[in-house]
Design a protein around this ligand. Structure first.
Ligand code: CA
Length: 526
């Protein structure tokens, strides 16, 4: 696999000089060959399609777009499961369409194919033909920074829904029914929380005469069920990557003194007193989710993406309430912010075979107009949406017996376009479940959340190689050691040895790559 890719790469690189020369000449030719007498331009595009999609040629939204732009697209739709392989074959064969739509180009591909001329830089085309997209970049320099390659070019256009639902995936929940029964208030400090867990353990709150209560359960390292959010009580709020940003500086949390203090607390106060579910370190999601729904209510406190019944089941959901971040022993009260979350940037690319790049850019730019972007994401007005009195798109009732996700595949390509935070206020309504989570985030967590995070940065291929070489093993080691420290306790000698090992695995080198990427990103935003 690796070998054949290198061979392909070599062919591409070897012919890159010829390709670049061709591109330059092509741009001087008059774009007459694919434009008919009525002024309609025909473009060939390759796009993946979801399994229930009828094919883009059949979709209402593209018919409307053709009328609006005078651009007709000859679609080659590839089933999305085969797309990556077929896309690579097409590129290797040199049989290029005018553009890839819903292109799903990785950063590595954007830079490699941008450098060898297979796809063309877009920034000048944007400036001259894309009023909607230009406005977006002007309003949102962060989006511009996110899509600009390390060499300063823009090779791909983005897709993004800025709903910010993932800033804190770890909602911390406690059994309010038990608190009430035992005469306890909802904890505000870590020590009050520890006390509540102890009382849960010892006072039989489910009233069955057995000591079957699980004071706190979670899943070690799991994306939405980990205790990463609780480290903030010690002043070093964590996230899944153990990588945070403060004042523009990248910090690896899991070797900091605050992190050590947190582990000491969790080990001494919780694990050694039997307050943590021993299966927290090994259980899979099915086992974890089943605990919330046992015939006898046994869970005192848990961590999950939401408190909407997915964990507890619908009958018990009102027994539980959210716990905002707890104040730690030294008065710290913070919670981590997840990294990344920016736009995905390889959603649309124009190839060197394209004789009408201006018309192509105009066509795709129409899909960055906010109302059209919403329809590209979810489906057309009159089919999925109607406009309310304020001009906001609200959902029409679904056809009977059809699930939202399925209907979306049939009526929306969901392939390009940006729906910003602001658009969710004024242009298009969020679906109800998303709205509820968003409100809980704003109410309970956002006021205490770290202000910065590590953005979804565009790395150079050599940087990506370095990250992939160091990070997976290092993170695996840190997560397993974190569990060990909680179970075994934290001695100074064991801690020092652990830090030494993490450094030996390449921590400083890894952080240098991340810092360099962040510095470059900050410059691009200016
Ligand atoms: Ca009991």
């Amino acid at each position: 696999m690796k070998k054949s890719f290198s061979a392909t790469l070599c062919v591409l690189v070897c012919s890159s000089l010829v390709m670049t020369a061709c591109t330059k000449n092509d741009s001087k030719e008059a774009p007459v060959d694919s434009s008919d007498a009525s002024g309609t331009v025909t473009l060939k595009m390759v796009a993946p399609k979801a399994s229930l999609s009828p094919g883009y040629g059949e979709m209402e939204i593209f018919k409307r777009l053709e009328q609006q732009t005078n651009v007709h697209v000859d679609w080659t739709n590839i089933p999305d499961t085969d797309y990556k392989d077929k896309k690579n074959l097409l590129i290797a064969s040199g049989d290029l369409p005018d553009a890839f739509y819903g292109a799903d180009f990785s950063d590595y591909e954007l830079v490699t194919y941008g450098k060898d001329g297979t796809i063309i830089p877009l920034e000048k085309l944007i400036e001259e033909n894309a009023p909607n997209f230009s406005k977006l970049l002007k309003d949102r320099p962060d989006i511009k920074a996110a899509i600009t390659a390390p060499d300063g070019h823009i090779y791909g256009l983005p897709i993004w829904e800025e709903n910010e639902l993932g800033t804190n995936p770890f909602f911390h929940v406690i059994n309010k029914k038990w608190l009430d029964k035992l005469g306890l208030k909802v904890p505000e400090t870590l020590d009050e929380y520890t006390n509540a867990l102890l009382v849960f353990k010892n006072n039989d709150p489910n009233g069955n005469g057995k000591k079957d209560e699980i004071p706190l359960t979670y899943m070690n390292g799991w994306w939405c069920a980990d205790i990463a959010g609780l480290f903030g009580a010690f002043g070093m709020p964590d996230n899944q990557d153990h990588r945070i940003v403060r004042g523009g500086k990248v910090i690896f949390t899991a070797v900091q003194p605050e992190f050590k203090e947190a582990l000491k607390y969790f080990s001494e106060k919780w694990y050694k007193q039997g307050l943590i579910d021993p299966e927290a370190f090994t259980q899979k999601d099915a086992q974890y989710l089943a605990k919330g729904k046992t015939p006898n209510e046994t869970v005192g406190s848990f961590i999950w993406w939401d408190n909407d019944g997915e964990y507890t089941g619908p009958n018990r959901v009102n027994d539980y309430v959210f716990l905002p971040p707890l104040t730690g022993p030294t008065g710290e009260r913070t919670v981590g912010r997840a990294n990344g979350g920016g736009p995905s940037r390889g959603a649309f690319v124009i190839t060197k075979a394209n004789k009408n790049p201006d018309a192509t850019m105009k066509w795709v730019d129409a899909q960055y107009e906010p109302y059209m972007a919403a329809q590209i994401h979810w489906g057309p007005i009159g089919v999925v949406f109607e406009k309310d009195a304020n001009g906001k798109l609200i959902n029409l009732p679904l056809p009977s017996g059809v699930a939202m996700g399925e209907f979306r595949q049939k009526v929306a390509p969901n392939a390009v376009g940006v729906v910003t935070k602001n658009d969710f206020e004024t242009i298009v309504d969020m679906e109800p479940r998303a709205k509820a989570r968003k409100n809980a985030l704003l109410k309970y967590y956002e006021p205490y959340m770290e202000k910065e995070n590590y953005p979804n940065i565009f790395f150079q291929p050599d940087e990506l190689d370095k990250i992939n070489q160091i990070e997976p093993d290092l993170k695996k080691f840190v997560d397993s050691q974190r569990a060990n420290f909680i179970i075994e306790g934290v001695t100074d000698a064991a801690w020092d040895n652990y830090v030494k090992q993490v450094k030996a695995m390449g921590l400083d080198e890894l952080m240098a790559v991340y810092q360099k990427g962040l510095d470059r990103y900050k410059i691009a935003q200016k």
